[in-house]
Design a protein around this ligand. Structure first.
Ligand code: AMP
Ligand code: MG
Length: 540
């Protein structure tokens, strides 16, 4: 929604819109030799390389009104212009663009795999918006770079749509994330073996325009530490501190420890939030872990439907390394790799300090998760026994296959008088399923008692109940980007019918508000049977 007076500020065409003349990243070492794709490029953080535009009948698939107006100061009308699609396709570079690909490395599935880097993404420039926020604007799927290795530099339509929908949905759900602005598709096709079954097929190539305050990852530091490029490592850490952690002084000799502690805690806050909405990233390699604690690189992710802590979103993850309930432990492991990357910059007493911080993180994360689940079931105070109450609920959900999202929503809607075993739950499909558990009645009694303890301190039971419901409805969404919803939108989009997709994006802008039209289409009903058999792979 446009605010009054905003239409004067928002840019209606790209001639009026320009990148900052001085992107901050020019302060870091940039390799200019972009023609050569070498195995390892040392002592640089970026490589200067232009995007390779997507050709052949470019079409705008979708855009985020919120990103346009609140990040890029663009009037949504701009999306009707051909130049906007050309901008996303990499054909029209706005004033001030200085395209670069970022060099990083990473641990994939627990193994150090060396240098990776942006093999199909280009940071085009930095935009400083009317609120003074500096955003790095990036294309994904925009062609080969010195980091492409054997790959084609492209992204397929389904993957761009999934990242677009989920990143914007996460933002609306209150989960820190990189953002998406829009997607274009062309008639150009690329070969993908979606399920690695030896049956590659052609898919339409697309480009996603995305934005983040920074695209640095744990792997940005790891590649420098592993390569022994310590002067560049310390320069990059100072840059990150100066640009993104202003509360840390550059003159502080313990600044790298403080940076570590900040990044670690932000990252654990993030994983706690993921657990609270059933988000499963699917590919938590250290090259996909943001240094700013943002959800990034949406690939084979999934939001849990029927609750299962062992849910593996990525069908290429045979061992279930990145299963839903394992995410906190995996993220802690990744944070350990971040610590290892910073270690060469620390003296021995600072290294001891780092070890102490690392030891506190597990408890910190567990407490954060409990805090979130306490809110999800409407409790304000911390009391002994809360953890067991939450665990028991999740156990029952797991054993009955109750829906993760809808169960909490329907629990919010239960009247106190309905919190007894005999209540008819025919209008609450997920609770009905949950209530088939033999411990349901007992759990409800405990829950009711626990609520009563808080209610006893309130002036009126009626007011307490209204407030509890309001709080629960504000933290438990009605809608999340379920795989089956995205799947249907993708099938149509592939045939150039973008209506379902645009409607889905629109509904997910307000995930806590009931939308009658979405409900009619089954967005908050039990997913269709075929949805449970959907497979999502790393291929993108
Ligand atoms: P991802 O699995 O998307 O996190 O990517 C892991 C690494 O592979 C990153 O360095 C990507 O840039 C690179 N990559 C993935 N797909 C492609 C592609 N089609 N072309 C070039 N590089 C790619
Ligand atoms: Mg990635």
């Amino acid at each position: 929604m446009k605010m009054e007076g905003e239409s004067n500020i928002l840019k209606k065409n790209l001639t009026e819109w320009r990148f900052s003349q001085y992107p901050k990243y020019i302060l870091l070492p940039i390799d200019e030799n972009h023609e050569q794709s070498r195995d390892v490029i040392k002592n640089v953080v970026f490589s200067e390389v232009p995007p390779r535009p997507l050709e052949h009948n470019i079409r705008l698939v979708c855009f985020s009104e919120d990103s346009l107006t609140h990040i890029l100061d663009m009037d949504p009308e701009i999306a009707n212009r051909e130049e906007f699609a050309e901008f996303i396709a990499g054909k029209k570079l706005p004033y001030g663009a200085l395209p670069v690909a970022h060099r990083y490395g990473g641990h994939q599935f627990g193994m150090w795999v060396g240098q990776l880097g942006d093999g199909r993404a280009h940071i085009l420039g930095e935009y400083v918006n009317r609120n003074g926020e500096r955003w790095q604007v990036q294309l994904k799927g925009s062609g080969q770079t010195p980091y492409s290795r054997v790959h084609d530099g492209r992204a397929v339509l389904r993957a761009c749509i999934r990242e677009m929908v989920a990143s914007e949905a996460c933002h609306a759900l209150g989960i820190p994330t990189t953002r998406s602005v829009g997607v274009v598709v062309s008639d150009e096709s690329v070969l993908r073996d979606e399920f690695y079954s030896g049956n590659p097929h052609r898919e339409r190539a697309a480009v996603l325009l995305r934005a983040a305050p920074s695209w640095f990852r744990f792997g940005s530091l790891e590649v420098l530490a592993r390569g022994g490029e310590l002067p560049v490592l310390s320069r990059l850490c100072d840059f990150v501190i100066k640009e993104h952690f202003p509360e840390i002084q550059l003159s502080d000799e313990n600044r790298f420890i403080r940076l570590f502690s900040e990044v670690a805690h932000r990252t654990l806050d993030l994983v706690a939030k993921w657990q609270g909405v059933g988000f499963t990233h699917g590919l938590l390699n250290t090259d996909n872990m943001s240094l700013l604690g943002l959800t990034m690189d949406f690939g084979p992710f999934g939001f849990v439907d029927s609750y299962d802590g062992g849910f593996v979103a990525n069908c290429s993850d045979g061992e279930g390394r990145y299963a839903h309930a394992k995410q906190p432990d995996i993220v802690l492991w990744n944070v350990g790799q971040l610590a290892a990357a910073l270690k060469p910059l620390l003296n021995s007493s600072q290294q001891v300090h780092m070890t102490h911080i690392l030891r506190t993180l597990d408890t910190y994360c567990k407490n954060k998760i409990l805090e979130i689940f306490r809110m999800k079931i409407g409790l304000k105070e911390e009391r002994w026994g809360d953890e067991q109450l939450v665990e028991k609920l999740l156990d029952m959900m797991q054993q009955t296959g109750a829906d993760f999202t809808v169960t909490f929503r329907q629990l919010a809607e239960l009247e106190p008088s309905e919190m007894v075993n005999e209540t008819n739950l025919d209008t609450k499909w997920s609770l009905k399923r949950l209530s088939s558990h033999s411990s349901w009645g007992c759990w409800l009694d405990q829950y009711r008692e626990r609520l009563d303890k808080e209610a006893a301190e309130a002036n009126s039971l009626g007011l307490f109940e209204d407030e509890r419901r309001r709080r629960m409805l504000s933290v438990n969404p009605v809608y999340v980007p379920r795989n089956w919803l995205m799947h249907e939108a993708i099938l149509d989009a592939d045939k150039n019918d973008f209506r379902k997709l645009r409607f889905l994006i629109d509904v997910l802008r307000r995930p806590f508000e009931v939308n009658a039209e979405a409900d009619k289409l089954g967005f908050s009903s039990q997913p269709p049977q075929w949805a449970y058999a959907l497979k999502i792979s790393c291929s993108s």
